[in-house]
Ligand binder design. Structure first.
Ligand SMILES: *Cc1c(COP(=O)(O)O)cnc(C)c1O
Length: 504
């Protein structure tokens, strides 16, 4: 390059420097991927927050810059040595999947080109690739491909987008103009089971309905919403002059993976002219399996569905996806045409400006990592991975029967829950349950900081449980069968400490 064309900006990198730093980084990441798959390496080192904080020190912002390559080397060291590795084959906590390697590279490529996928004109091919991604996601889970949809940062945001589309469609006044508050005589209502993820609390709060608008329908002993209770609650609210808007059903609850009776919930929504939303952030993609339950497949009847590619599509964080049956409902909920946006030139060709379909304005190209992963695995590859995750959870659950000190609790989709119960525990009733809850809570904490395996917890009918959620394409049967003996050994150790016994 001619010297007069070079500005020497502090952030620029010469092509040579970029290649050197980039190749070195890819090599480091390659080593990291080998390292986390060696089962003798820990899922986490369980370091204390103060230890982690001291790694960075508290120096002020440096006055002068440093070479990018050195910094990438330093950052790699920090992250590879002090993270919790959800890419480790024995990570089964929460619902956080390993990142598909092609997705890692996809994010790199996306930020290299850096299209702003808010407006078509700023991102022509990226916009079309996102549209294709949305269509393939709908197709995969059996939802009409004529739906509208948009990629967002995760399940919460996907549920919010659907919630706002529903609010606009069902509130009997111009809610975008007048707001959601119209006094006592117009109390709006949304319904969901008591097992619903906290996104619903945030949505009711953020979007002006308030928590009191939520009609919590108790889940039965199977963790599923009882449809008769839903019907009765809607009737009671209507007779009090309230305005029901939305019913939320879960395609896989976050705690135990239970799927609500979606067919019946859909029928109730049609009877009462309510918006039927399905939260499929965890389990939605399991509807792709031919053997999926009829209830799971009934998400196809919903007015909107939220799914989470950063869970069962194994996309690196962040990627959620909102699908809305009638694409016009998304436009109705989000579109504005300000003076400073003149993106109408191709009107008539049906182009998409994603800023009109959701909450963001400028948007990154998060669709690329999902598009690449969908192409790399194909439908068959995904079905096999999801099916195997579910089989591993079932295998874990079956194996628990041979451990007299483990009480199996639930197994749905790819989540198994259970608890440790010492064989010589004599107390009964409330004392016993309180002790077991404390014991299992301590047990989980020790498992999590120990780094040999990483489950998380659930509370099921008041019982504190260890919960293994297999959304991990690296986990094998051998990995999963290591968990029960580890739970028993750790449980005995903690029980001995808590009851002041000599360890066995
Ligand atoms: C994970 C999850 C959410 C929240 O999704 P994020 O991606 O964490 O925002 C909501 N609902 C269910 C059922 C989930 O499993």
């Amino acid at each position: 390059m001619k010297e007069t064309l070079r500005r020497h900006a502090a952030l620029d990198m010469s092509p040579d420097e970029f290649r050197r730093a980039g190749h070195a980084l890819v090599d480091r990441i390659g080593q990291f991927l080998d390292w986390i798959q060696d089962r003798s390496n820990p899922v986490t080192r369980g370091e204390r927050p103060t230890q982690i904080r001291s790694l960075l020190g508290n120096a002020p912002l440096p006055r002068t810059g440093e070479p990018a390559g050195d910094l990438l080397e330093e950052a790699s060291g920090l992250l590879f040595d002090h993270s919790l590795f959800n890419g480790h084959p024995r990570f089964w906590g929460y619902i956080t999947s390993p990142a598909a390697p092609v997705g890692m590279l996809g994010d790199f490529l996306a930020s290299a080109v850096n299209p702003n996928v808010g407006a078509y004109d700023l991102s022509p091919v990226a916009t079309e690739m996102e549209r294709q991604t949305v269509r393939w996601i709908a197709e995969m889970i059996g939802y009409p491909t004529t739906c509208g949809g948009i990629l967002v940062s995760g399940g919460n945001m996907a549920n919010f987008v659907c919630f706002l589309a529903a609010r606009k469609a069902k509130v009997p006044w111009d809610v975008r103009k007048e707001g959601a508050a119209k006094g006592e005589s117009h109390r709006l209502r949304v319904y969901c089971s008591s097992e619903t993820h906290t996104w619903i609390n945030k949505a009711a709060d953020l979007f002006g309905l308030g928590h009191n608008a939520i009609g919590w329908i108790p889940a039965g002993p199977d963790q599923r919403m009882a449809p008769e209770a839903l019907r009765a609650q809607i009737r009671a609210d209507v007779s009090e002059g309230m305005t029901p808007l939305i019913v939320v059903g879960a395609a896989g609850t976050v705690s135990t993976g239970a799927t609500d009776p979606l067919r019946e919930i859909g029928a109730i929504c049609r009877e009462h002219n309510l918006w039927f939303h399905v939260d499929g952030a965890y389990g939605g993609f399991a509807a792709a399996l031919p053997e999926a339950s009829a209830d799971l497949k009934a998400l196809s009847e919903a007015d909107s569905v939220a799914v989470d590619p950063h869970k069962w599509l194994y996309a690196p964080l962040e990627a959620g996806c909102a699908l809305v049956r009638d694409p016009k409902m998304l436009i109705d909920a989000f579109s504005y045409h300000p003076e400073y946006y003149r993106f109408d030139e191709h009107a008539g060709e049906g182009l998409t400006n994603f800023y009109e379909l959701g909450m963001q304005n400028s948007r990154g190209f998060r669709a690329l990592k999902v598009w690449l992963a969908l192409r790399q695995a194909g439908r068959d590859g995904y079905e096999k991975m999801i099916r195997e995750d579910c089989s591993l959870a079932a295998e874990l659950f079956r194996s628990l029967a041979s451990y007299p000190e483990i009480e199996p609790l639930t197994c749905n989709l790819s989540i198994a829950t259970f608890r440790f119960v010492p064989s010589d525990l004599r107390s009964a009733g409330k004392d016993r349950e309180e002790y077991l809850n404390k014991l299992n809570e301590a047990l989980l904490a020790r498992l999590q900081s120990g780094g040999k395996a990483y489950p998380s917890n659930a509370v099921i009918g008041g019982k504190y449980a260890v919960r293994a959620c297999i959304v991990n394409f690296r986990t094998t049967s051998d990995d999963i069968l290591n968990l029960p003996p580890l739970v028993v050994a750790t449980g005995r150790e903690i029980d001995a400490e808590m009851r002041g016994k000599k360890p066995l």
